[in-house]
Design a protein around this ligand. Structure first.
Ligand code: GDP
Ligand code: MG
Length: 163
């Protein structure tokens, strides 16, 4: 089976950066501006003999109002619906935000396997940076750096082991 892995999370956590690394392309638009990715984005990658699909999410405008949360929830739910596994990306330098909690709540209602990826923690102590994120109620958080590649291979291997 070639599983579909959805990358979900609030704007600017590093979804597109991780997408690029998992697909080894520069396809996804990585931005300094939160929320710049305008559409879901599909790609594929492979670890050893194991192929997978990846879906980047975040197709909403970078305007801060309640409509964003609604749109993000809609995008997230749609991607989650189509996926076999979810990577829920959070920002290890920022900590848990209200948006993270809303997404986590949605994901807990779904029966898809979820990995919480604590991103942007290059050079930091894994146990320390992941500790806060147990509160999301989605199991053991995994420390990664999408931009530096730390922890990414372990994460994808762990996900693919289930398929
Ligand atoms: P998205 O909105 O979730 O798709 O986030 P992006 O992939 O566009 O990344 C948002 C910002 O975070 C960009 O400036 C990235 O360079 C930066 N970023 C992504 N991953 C990492 C990481 O592992 N470490 C650091 N320090 N910055 C990162
Ligand atoms: Mg993006």
């Amino acid at each position: 089976m070639k599983p579909t892995i959805a990358l979900v999370g609030r704007p600017n956590v590093g979804k597109s950066t991780l997408f690029n690394r998992l697909t080894k392309t520069r396809d996804a638009l990585v931005a300094d501006q939160p929320g710049l990715t305008r559409d879901r984005h599909y790609g594929h990658g492979r670890v050893g003999e194991k192929p997978y699909f990846v879906v980047d999410t975040g197709g909403f405008e970078p305007v801060v109002d309640e409509g964003i949360m609604f749109e993000m929830a809609r995008q997230t739910l749609q991607a989650v619906d189509e996926a076999d596994a979810i990577v829920f990306i959070v920002d290890g330098r920022v900590g848990i935000t209200p948006q993270d909690k809303i997404i986590a709540q949605r994901l807990r209602q779904n029966d898809r396997p979820v990995w919480v990826a604590v991103n942007k923690v290059e050079g930091m102590q894994r146990a320390v940076v992941t500790a806060d994120f147990y509160e999301l109620g989605l199991g053991d958080p995994v420390a990664i750096s999408a931009s530096h590649g730390e922890g990414v291979r372990d994460l994808i291997n762990e996900i693919l082991d289930g398929f």
